[in-house]
Design a protein around this ligand. Structure first.
Ligand code: ADP
Ligand code: MG
Length: 678
């Protein structure tokens, strides 16, 4: 059987069933083999019927007697009595009328199921049975349980997998033999058989170790190869001017935190090298990343280089331009800042581009697409990417082509990537962490609220608004949805305007509005011409309105942990106490996620938890978990990760490339494109 063989060629899989398999993404034999169980049930211990106890059991016994009958319409019962050398036990099946006829008498079977009391008698209920001479898949072993879909059970998936055992057992090895040997790993074929049909718990553990190691090994390899590439690129060295740094800091209305100081220093060291910087600054929302970026920028500007700051949204680009203008003004270089966003008029854009071209504007702030496509940047020496994970190889290469050298790249992210994941995923990056938040901030008070406590909530909100503060309201949807029972932004806006907050000035902001209208609403909120801003997640990243103290998240259960934490970070940005209310759609018990948000303000801790609850996909949004291939390795397993990383490092030190290992090479090539996020 070939890997690309469609599963319809397997026995028992017709067109109808194949459609169910397709729903799980399974079309070919290779995909089937690659479909890992979600969990296992241990039926491996065989008990004598004389010693049977309530709970999951396996016995080995012969059928002495079996009868089937309808007890009433729609309810069929099959009963059997089976015996081993020590005694007998009763089996019961509901609505499996074919059972009685399929059973062979006086032949030993493995029988696995739940032994429990039903109608006053103990029986094994709805057990699985397999002749004990066969290779059992549903009985007498650690049994895999798969993600199922309606009309397709784990039993059927096991049945299909049993038919491809031959293919599994001859799977070609993907890891180099020296790695298998030094890491004491079992072969791929052995591991794949054991992941589906483990012979015992220790074999399953060996399979997990092998497959988990391979996942991290490949990822590390991809990151290291990317890094190797970066190191050969030519950049430009930017000198360090101590006086300038001092002057900049002296004009700040606050003192830098120790972390900010440390990170700025790391960046200055990077900039002085001719090898291009590739650094990620991770800092929770409100940790003060913008100032750090500005301090990097002034050094480059001083030497006559161009700097580009790319933001994910136009809103954010505008706000950054204003902030930078203010920060650079005391140095007399505010005029270097130029905004380049889509909603500028054609005339404004032409003017902006001309200013950039003749060097009047050296600090270009805008959205990524616009900057990359429209600007002549032959003096570009530093690129700052705010709140984006997507700045891939291709984008870097295109900048390099325009500038003739590779600019330094500084990425800022408030998505606190747990260190274990950062090291694995971003092995090619240098990572700096802003762990401290600026002093004088009170931790945000977070409360889960249910719809029936709206009156009390309104009271609390009004107290804030009366005190002159402002409120953000974030909804999961723009317009009402038939299928989802969540309040949309439009709905909340109308209700608040007509009822709850009639006397307040309320604005509506969402992604479907024209850019100019969005800016207008946002600016009115910033100028405090609005008290309440009802929006969707467009305000998720970056926006800074220190007077806003209340964040109300509607349909809070629909947001991921990391995302909700980001949203919450929009408040509590000043000396005023910040509040975050997590409004649920119904009065059910709050989820673990919401409770975590309520009890912790620590973005890193929450990200770890999100990772545990939902996998890396939660953090990287559209970037799929599957693409990362971390299906078995747990990021909390630091020993495994460290071993795989150091094995990858050593391997690359000893081998020029991976051409001797084509399977590995292909897998790594695919990952290099995915992991090269920056
Ligand atoms: P983020 O890291 O989320 O991008 P910002 O750079 O927007 O955070 O900073 C959040 C707020 O904190 C801004 O109003 C900024 O002026 C202020 N800020 C930055 N650094 C400090 C500091 N060291 N002390 C006090 N306030 C600071
Ligand atoms: Mg920011």
């Amino acid at each position: 059987m070939h890997h690309t063989t469609p599963i319809t060629e397997l026995k028992g899989i017709g067109e109808a069933l194949a459609k169910k398999f397709a729903l799980l993404g399974l079309h070919t034999v290779a995909e089937l083999i690659d479909y890992y169980p979600r969990r296992y049930e241990d039926f491996s211990v065989i008990t004598e019927t004389a010693h049977i106890q309530p709970g999951p059991v396996t016995i080995e016994a012969e059928v002495k007697q079996v009868t089937g009958r309808y007890v009433r319409r729609g309810l069929h019962i099959t009963e059997a009595v089976v015996s081993d050398a020590t005694g007998s036990v009763r089996l019961v099946w509901f609505n499996q009328p074919y059972r009685a006829g399929a059973i062979k008498h006086n032949q030993p079977y493995f029988i696995s199921g739940l032994y429990e009391r039903s109608n006053g008698r103990f029986s094994i209920m709805n057990p699985s049975m397999e002749l004990s001479g066969d290779f059992p898949i549903n009985t007498a072993r650690i049994i895999p349980v798969y993600r199922e879909t309606k009309g397709l059970t784990s039993r059927q998936i096991r049945q299909a997998l049993k038919q491809v055992l031959g293919t599994i057992r001859t799977l070609p090895e993907s890891l180099p033999p020296e790695i298998l040997k030094s890491q004491k790993l079992i072969s791929l074929a052995e591991a794949m058989e054991a992941i589906h049909f483990p012979s015992d718990a220790s074999q399953l553990e060996r399979a997990r170790k092998r497959l988990g190691f391979e996942e991290v090994f490949r990822l590390s390899m991809a990151a290291l190869l990317n890094k190797r590439d970066h190191q050969t690129e030519k950049g430009v060295a930017i000198g360090f001017d101590k006086g300038l740094a001092r002057e900049f800091v002296s004009h700040l209305p606050f003192t830098l935190t120790d972390d900010q100081r440390k990170v700025v220093w790391q960046i200055y060291l990077d900039l002085q090298k001719s090898e291009p910087m590739n650094r990620l600054v991770e800092g929770d929302v409100g940790s003060g990343k913008t100032v750090v970026a500005a301090m990097a920028a002034v050094m480059a500007l001083r030497e006559g280089w161009q700097v580009a700051l790319m933001a994910p949204t136009e809103l954010l680009a505008r706000q950054h331009a204003e902030t930078l203008y203010r920060l650079l003004e005391p140095l007399g270089s505010a005029s270097a800042v130029d905004l380049l966003v889509g909603s500028l008029s054609a005339k404004q854009k032409t003017a902006a581009r001309a200013a950039i071209a003749d060097g009047d504007a050296a600090f270009i702030v805008g959205t990524q697409a616009l900057i990359q496509e429209k600007v002549n940047m032959d003096r570009l020496a530093l690129v700052i990417i705010d709140e984006q994970h997507r700045f891939g190889v291709d984008q870097r290469k295109s900048l390099q082509a325009k500038a003739g050298h590779m600019p330094h790249v500084l990425s800022l992210t408030a998505t606190p990537i747990p260190r274990s994941l950062a090291l694995t995923l971003y092995g090619e990056l240098d990572v700096s962490i802003l762990a401290q938040k600026p002093g004088g901030r009170k931790p945000i008070i977070t409360k889960i609220v249910s719809p029936n406590s709206r009156p009390q909530l309104d009271k609390a909100i009004n107290a804030q608004l009366d005190a002159g503060r402002q409120m953000f309201v974030v909804c999961p949807l723009i317009t009402e949805s038939e299928s989802l029972k969540v309040r949309s932004a439009e709905q909340v806006y109308e209700e608040f305007r007509k009822k709850d907050f009639k006397s307040r000035r309320i604005g509506l902001l969402h992604g479907k509005m024209k850019a100019a209208d969005k800016n207008d609403v946002m600016e009115r909120f910033v100028r405090h011409e609005l008290d309440i801003l009802v929006s969707t997640t467009v305000i998720e990243v970056g926006v800074d309105v220190p007077n806003a103290t209340v964040m109300l998240i509607e349909g809070a259960e629909r947001f991921g942990l990391a995302q909700a934490h980001q949203l919450r970070g929009r408040v509590g940005r000043s000396h005023h106490q910040g509040y975050c209310y997590l409004m649920m759609s119904d009065s059910k018990a709050p989820s673990k996620r919401l409770r975590a948000l309520e009890s912790s303000n620590d973005g890193f801790r929450l990200a770890e938890l999100d990772l545990e609850l939902r996998g890396p996909g939660a953090i990287y949004g559209s970037m799929q978990h599957g693409q990362l291939d971390l299906r078995i390795a747990k990021l909390s397993d630091t020993t495994l990760i460290a071993a795989a990383r150091s094995a990858a490092t050593k391997f690359l030190a000893e081998h020029q490339d991976l051409s001797a290992f084509p399977l590995l090479e292909a897998q790594v090539a695919r990952l290099r494109a995915v992991t090269n996020l920056n």
